[in-house]
Design a protein around this ligand. Structure first.
Ligand SMILES: [Fe+2]
Length: 137
């Protein structure tokens, strides 16, 4: 069961970034599955930590890409990234203290990233594609 299935309507048409978004959503679904199947703290904690590492790597790459083309909305975009990373680390801290990951938390994780990809990411995606003649970065 997936909490959100990838579809092309949220693609940026920048292949490397689209692939990362797809994988990121895959990690959120994997976490959802681990919680739903009650896989235990070890497995769930491992998926959560891999998800956070992936998010961090992906945001760093997006930020590098935005900087490399002098995207004017960089600072506001990075603030959104920082907010999500902070929330994820807080979820991880609470999990390590023994708190279960609620359905509401999973929904937040999924809704936030999908909304970010649909909204904020599209803006820099269009900026980059416009600058590269529409052929992708
Ligand atoms: Fe982003």
């Amino acid at each position: 069961m997936t909490i959100f299935a990838w579809d092309d309507s949220i693609a940026l048409n920048i292949p490397r970034i689209d692939e990362q978004h797809r994988e990121l959503i895959g990690w959120i679904n994997a976490l959802h599955d681990a919680v739903r199947k009650d896989e235990g703290a070890l497995v769930t904690g491992d998926v959560l930590s891999k998800l956070i590492s992936y998010v961090f790597m992906h945001f760093t790459e997006e930020e590098r890409l935005m900087l490399s083309c002098s995207f004017p909305g960089f600072t506001a975009h990075r603030q959104e990234h920082d907010y999500y990373v902070k929330r994820l680390k807080n979820i991880q801290d609470r999990f390590q203290e023994g708190e279960e990951i609620s359905g509401e938390t999973l929904e937040f994780m999924s809704d936030w990233i999908v909304c970010h990809i649909r909204g904020t990411d599209q803006v820099y995606g269009r900026f980059i594609l416009a600058g590269s003649g529409g052929t992708g970065a």
